[in-house]
Each structure stands twice: as C-alpha cells, then as structure tokens.
Design a protein around this ligand. Sequence first.
Ligand code: GNR
Ligand code: NI
Length: 172
Amino acid sequence: MTVKTILTEPNKLLRQVSQPVAKVGKEEQQLMDDMLETMYSANGIGLAAIQIGIPKRIIVMDLSKENEKKEPRYFVNPIISNKDTLKSTYEEGCLSVPNQFAEIERPKKCDIEYLDYNGEKKILNVEGLLATCIQHEMDHLEGILFIDYLSKLKKSMIIKKLSKIKSPRIVV
Ligand code: GNR
Ligand code: NI
C-alpha cells in the first residue's frame, strides 16, 4: 500500500469524468488499497480515484471514529437512485479543496447500487453522513466539486486562495 499525492483545485484532472471499471481485478484492488491508505493519512472520510489522478469510477470511504475499529467501504461503478425530495445540510470539506468548508444541501436519503471490493453487486439505502459523503464522492466521478454549488463570488474567492498556495510565484 502506498500513500499517493492528492490533487487540489485548481487542477484540470479534477474536472475529468471518470470511466466505469470493466472488472474488479487485482489492479483495481491495489488501487483501492492505495486510495484507502492515502485517505487515512490525510484524515479524510472518503476519497475518489480521480483525487489521486486516476479517472476510474472507484470510491473508498471510512466513517468510523478515531478510536473505533476501522470500517473501510469500497464502491465501484456506483449508481444513485431514489433520491429523497427531503434535503439535509452538512458542512462539507474536501481533501482537494484544502481548509475550505461550506454548508451544502443534498438529498437526505438515496439508494446506491455498486460493486464491492470483491466485485460483488450490492445495493444500499443510505442516509445521514453516509448519504452526504457518497453523493460528494459521486460528484467527483463527474468532475464536480462542492464549491460548484456556491455562489460565483464565494467559489472564485476560494479558487483564488487555493491558487496562491499551490502556484507560488517564482522569485528570481
Ligand atoms: O474528508 C472529507 N470530509 C467530508 C466532510 C463532509 C462532507 C464530505 C466529506 S468528503 C471529504 C474527503 C473528500 O474530499 N472526499 O472526496
Ligand atoms: Ni472531496
């Protein structure tokens, strides 16, 4: 298992649409292991493959608390359905948008159909933080970041801040 570099906004790769996985094989499992390790080392609760530059429809997640037993979850080719008309609001952050947080409204409940670590088909009815997080991650698969839901002004202020950190001016 290897800790990979997490891409941060602004980066064109984060805007790419990820492609479905044909089969959950050794290579995909290795990728999921690396993603999980990368997510844990960054203290995140979820990670999409594109955040480490791989445009595959793969998500890892672990919502367990710090002193609890680890509970890794793997979602390959997830499909969302039955989105609740009721919404819930959660203060979201993103490892690809470091140190920025905003209240984002999303469907409170939904169903997720996906393949697990072993390539087995699963269906899950989700709510609460799990529903919020899976929707945040599935946005990454479409090249969408939570800041895209903010006003143009808020979004551009965040991108401006991040550009300053990530592309320091070269001083001769
Ligand atoms: O670590 C993360 N925390 C988080 C908090 C609220 C809503 C979504 C998230 S996901 C985020 C990790 C991440 O960027 N995943 O893509
Ligand atoms: Ni994110």
